[in-house]
Design a protein around this ligand. Structure first.
Ligand SMILES: [Zn+2]
Length: 289
């Protein structure tokens, strides 16, 4: 009789034991995408800032505290990008969660124009595939800390993804080298690390801090710069209002291109890191060739 109860107990428990996955929170879509390449189906992965929203203007729902309370790992860029995250972590009371911060200890670009300086540095490191590779390595370490039994699985996925990033970097370098126009104006400093990696020049930034509209003086200065440098396009973004970009583009007689530094829903699911990156290059190429 005892034996039967034991068998029944094991039979009931076993599926939940096998299916128990760690819960991983990724702050933004690009982090979700890089993490997805490594977790495969071994973790429950959740993105905090949903596709279509901007981390710069995001305000979390009270219900999201629960995700933080249950998470085993939280992946964040840092450098002030997730200005809303500390409160969630604190409110969750989750002390055993592994927190991975990608920019901690990293030398960051300091964008500074009009004295409008970001104290902690530019956080948009994921738009450089070489830095994205560093992010992938840190994600893998964080996953292994929280979930040792799947170490080999995560490490194999990491190796595979690093190769894909390496190929993407080489392809992009070759593509960008063919651009005739090397300067661009961007809506906010999302493309700084991209520009540094591929030797392009950020001729101007419309909103150093998203949501803070440029002064009329700054608009005039940008229009002048665009005309002088022969710039053909302004990069705007689907997550932030293109209004200011449209005013400047109209004044300077150039196009507004919508590039996506974060990633959106495509074919019913979140567009992957490599796919979103390649989509951006395609759009950029049209304006810069
Ligand atoms: Zn941004």
């Amino acid at each position: 009789m005892k034996k039967h109860i034991l068998i029944l107990f094991v039979a009931l428990l076993l599926p939940t034991m096998v299916l128990a996955k760690i819960k991983v929170l990724a702050s933004i879509v690009p982090v979700y995408n890089i993490a997805q390449a490594i977790t495969g189906d071994k973790a429950e992965l959740i993105v905090v800032v949903p596709p279509g929203a901007s981390p710069h203007t995001f305000s979390p729902k009270p219900s999201q505290v629960r995700d933080f309370a249950q998470a085993d790992v939280f992946l964040q860029v840092g450098a002030g990008l997730e200005f809303w995250a500390d409160k969630l972590v604190e409110a969750s009371g989750n002390k055993k969660m592994v927190i991975v911060n990608f920019t901690k200890g990293m030398k960051l670009i300091q964008n500074d124009s009009d004295g409008d300086k970001n104290e902690s540095g530019n956080p948009h490191i994921w738009l450089d595939p070489v830095r994205a590779a560093g992010m992938a390595k840190k994600i893998c370490s964080g996953l292994v800390t929280a979930d040792k039994k799947n170490k080999t699985y995560y490490q194999n996925n990491l190796e595979k993804f690093l190769k894909e990033l390496n190929t993407l970097n080489k392809k992009t370098a070759a593509e960008v080298a063919k651009f005739k126009i090397k300067e661009f104006v961007e809506f906010h400093p999302a493309w700084s690390y991209f520009a540094l990696r591929y030797k392009l020049k950020e001729a101007g930034v419309i909103e150093e801090t998203p949501g803070r509209e440029p002064s009329p003086k700054k608009v005039l200065a940008l229009v002048k710069k665009i005309k002088q440098a022969g710039i053909k396009a302004i990069f705007a973004e689907p997550q932030l209002s293109p209004k200011a970009a449209e005013v400047i583009a109209k004044e300077a007689g150039v196009k507004v291109l919508i590039l996506d530094p974060l990633g959106k829903i495509k074919d019913g699911k979140i567009n992957g890191y490599i796919s979103n990156f390649e989509d951006n290059i395609k759009i950029m190429k049209e304006a810069m060739k």
